[in-house]
Design a protein around this ligand. Structure first.
Ligand code: IPE
Ligand code: IPE
Ligand code: MG
Length: 227
């Protein structure tokens, strides 16, 4: 049986969910989506997952209308303020990947504070990908290597990525029906098992996650070898 250490999720379909429910604004979907993050994080923690890496805002999402971008940024800040007890009560460490330097200083401060207050926890690590793009992450890593002037190996490249110290992604999930990775964890998902579901993110349930994990456990992962 395969053990699951790291689950990554592309939480897609919030806007379509809001439309389907008859809400006039897409942002209602983001709001409900954030409550799913909370519930799914507790569930993942309870079933012993070590890393849950959630795509919250991509380097390409800045292209959206200003009002939606502003809403998403304030939702992130509010989420971190509100959910501190979630981390404290469940032994959950908070981390991020992505270039935080483009975020407002109040969001950056909130991120830093949450990391600081949860750094000693040993259960699940919830990683939010904020202003994250795999290409951007890899370019930043390569530029660091160029500065030091050293040739890269797989290991030294790994250590320069935002995901340093994290295990590779076992299960990569995308909700919302599209079958693409949208610049998410391209290096770290080299040997991930991919799961695509039509379920829109606000409808994604603990049970659906469980059934994906169940399928994953039965997969024969060969990593290029033979069994
Ligand atoms: C994903 O939902 C959340 C973010 C990208 C922040 P979308 O906002 O992309 O929702 P759809 O895909 O348009 O339905
Ligand atoms: C991917 O969803 C990014 C996040 C979930 C944060 P998008 O909705 O931005 O992806 P595309 O544009 O459909 O590829
Ligand atoms: Mg989308």
């Amino acid at each position: 049986m395969q053990s699951v250490k790291h689950i990554a999720i592309i939480m897609d379909g919030n806007g379509r969910w809001a439309k389907k429910q008859g809400f006039l604004k897409r942002i209602k979907g983001h709001e409900v989506g954030a409550t799913r993050v909370r519930e799914l994080t507790i569930h993942a923690s309870n079933i012993g997952i070590k890393y849950l890496t959630l795509y919250a805002f991509s380097t390409e999402n800045w292209k959206r209308p200003k009002a939606e971008v502003t809403f998403l940024m304030s939702l992130l800040e509010e989420y971190l303020k509100k959910e501190l007890p979630l981390f404290l009560d469940n032994n959950i460490r908070f981390e991020t990947i992505g270039d935080l330097s483009k975020l407002s200083s109040s969001l950056q401060n909130q991120v830093a504070l949450t990391k600081e207050k949860t750094a000693h926890f040993t259960g699940l690590t919830q990683v939010l990908a904020i202003n994250y793009g795999a290409k951007d992450e890899m370019i930043r890593a390569m530029n660091k290597a160029i500065k030091v002037g050293k040739e890269l190996s797989e290991e030294s490249f790994d250590a320069l990525l935002d995901t340093k110290n994290m295990p590779p992604v076992d299960i990569m999930i995308r909700t919302g029906g599209d079958k693409r990775l949208s610049n998410y964890l391209l290096w770290q998902s080299a040997y991930s098992e991919l799961f695509f579901t039509d379920t829109l993110w606000p409808d994604f349930s603990n049970e659906e996650l469980d059934s994906m994990i169940e399928k994953f456990r039965k997969i024969e992962r060969r990593f290029g070898g033979l069994t």
